[in-house]
Design a protein around this ligand. Structure first.
Ligand code: MLT
Length: 416
């Protein structure tokens, strides 16, 4: 009989979002007439930008002719897309990122999990820090890799360094009080919606340089930043090329959650340490991993992603982002007027709501579902410091968002 990876047994039974879906489906079955509005998982609802659709149609036609047909593409992504990303997302912001430092993939969720393949695992491996609350993938994949001990009663895994993000620190925790080997940062933040200023990111980069720390920077929500002073990429900070890997995505800005396209930047200047103390290029390791375990994103999808950078695509993506941020504004303003303490929702499509009347996150989730037929995401699902909060996503139609906040105000009896 095959031996299993015992580390999986340390995990909570289900991943957060499927667990929520399970509870919502059970409620829907028991109440078939309830018109449930889902503001839980951050999944987009609006159609793809027309420029992307047009590019996909053309790419399908390419596949129909022998002269333009494509089989296996480069595992790292087609040059036409890597060059556009390098130009628009980096050079245009004054960052130096070369096209061959960009690895096109099918998602940041996969990449932030898979990156552990090239890092030491288990005892004697790396000390790893995460913000708390945190996107659960960072923690769960470290548990799977054997980088933690068991979870305690609060759900915190032994061996991880948790950096609490609280209202007191504006949900942007300070540097760790000790040396860590790896830190995951996500700005604009999922789930709190907090952002990091240039000074904050510089402190992290300086810390990483001083301590030989690797920053895993998840910027999947950068398109939602509304203040021009806030950095969109960690590479806007001098010295970041020596300490940071960046994860980016077309999921939230261009609505590719179902289409799947993202990228990871691994600068050639970034090094890790081997067991014998020698320094090794992480770019080479990630390239080796990517070419061995991944066969590239489909040509049709990469053409669609390329179209995001056309003048029409840029305008259409801007409209999509503005639309969702309009939803975020409505959620934040209406619930604040109703007496709920709300954070985020200004530079991110998530509003982080303090639960009323001392309810736990799951109690408020249940109340919202049962009384308003609105689905949120319990803050405690993102970590112990998320207890007492609930995340509402701005990804839905305007009509649904307006109806959801109206129901929360009218039916929930939250303090007004
Ligand atoms: C979320 O709701 O946090 C996101 O959908 C997560 C993801 O993009 O995987």
């Amino acid at each position: 009989m095959a031996r299993i990876n015992d580390h999986y047994l340390k995990l909570k039974a289900g991943y957060l979002f499927p667990e929520i879906a399970r509870r919502v489906n059970a409620f829907q079955q028991a109440h078939p007439d309830a018109q449930i509005i889902r503001l839980g998982i951050g999944d987009v609802t609006e159609p793809l930008p027309p420029a992307c659709i047009e590019a996909m149609h053309q790419a399908v036609d390419d596949m129909a002719r022998r002269e333009t047909f494509r089989g296996y593409g480069p595992e790292q992504g087609y040059a036409f897309l890597r060059e556009k990303v390098a130009q628009h997302d980096y050079a245009a912001r004054g960052c130096q990122v070369d096209p061959d430092e960009i690895f096109i993939s099918d998602g940041s969720k996969c990449d932030t999990g898979n990156i552990l393949d090239i890092l030491a695992t288990g005892a004697g491996g790396n000390t790893i820090a995460v913000l708390d609350p945190v996107y659960p993938v960072y923690v769960d994949t470290n548990v799977m890799a054997g980088n933690t001990g068991p979870a305690d009663a609060r759900g915190e895994y032994a061996g991880l360094v948790y950096l609490p993000a609280t209202a007191q620190n504006d949900f942007t925790p300070d540097l760790p009080d000790r040396r860590v080997d790896v830190v995951y940062l996500c700005y604009p933040n999922n789930p709190t919606g907090a952002v990091a200023s240039k000074q904050t990111l510089k402190r992290w980069v300086d810390y990483a340089r001083d301590n030989d720390t690797l920053i895993l920077f998840d910027a999947a929500y950068e398109a939602f930043i509304t203040d021009p002073a806030i950095p969109h990429s960690i590479y806007e900070i001098d010295g970041a090329r020596e300490v940071a890997i960046e994860f980016r995505s077309f999921s939230k800005n261009a609505g590719f959650t179902g289409t799947r396209c993202a990228w990871t930047v691994v600068p050639k200047t970034l090094l890790g340490r081997a067991a014998d103390g020698s320094r090794v290029s992480l770019h080479q390791l990630w390239n080796r991993r990517h070419t061995t375990k991944f066969n590239g994103v489909s040509y049709i999808i990469q053409r669609a992603a390329e179209a995001v950078y056309s003048p029409q695509g840029q305008e259409q993506v801007r409209q999509l982002v503005d639309f969702y941020m309009g939803n975020a504004r409505i959620i934040r303003q209406s619930l604040t007027q109703a007496g709920l303490a709300c954070y985020g929702g200004v530079h991110a499509p998530y509003v982080w709501v303090k639960t009323p009347q001392g309810l736990t996150s799951w109690q408020f989730f249940d109340k919202l579902l049962q009384e308003a037929h609105v689905v949120g995401t319990p803050g405690s699902g993102f970590g112990a410091s998320g207890e007492g909060y609930l995340r509402l996503s701005a990804f839905n139609s305007r009509q649904n968002v307006e109806e959801a906040v109206r129901r929360i105000r009218d039916r929930l009896g939250v303090p007004v």
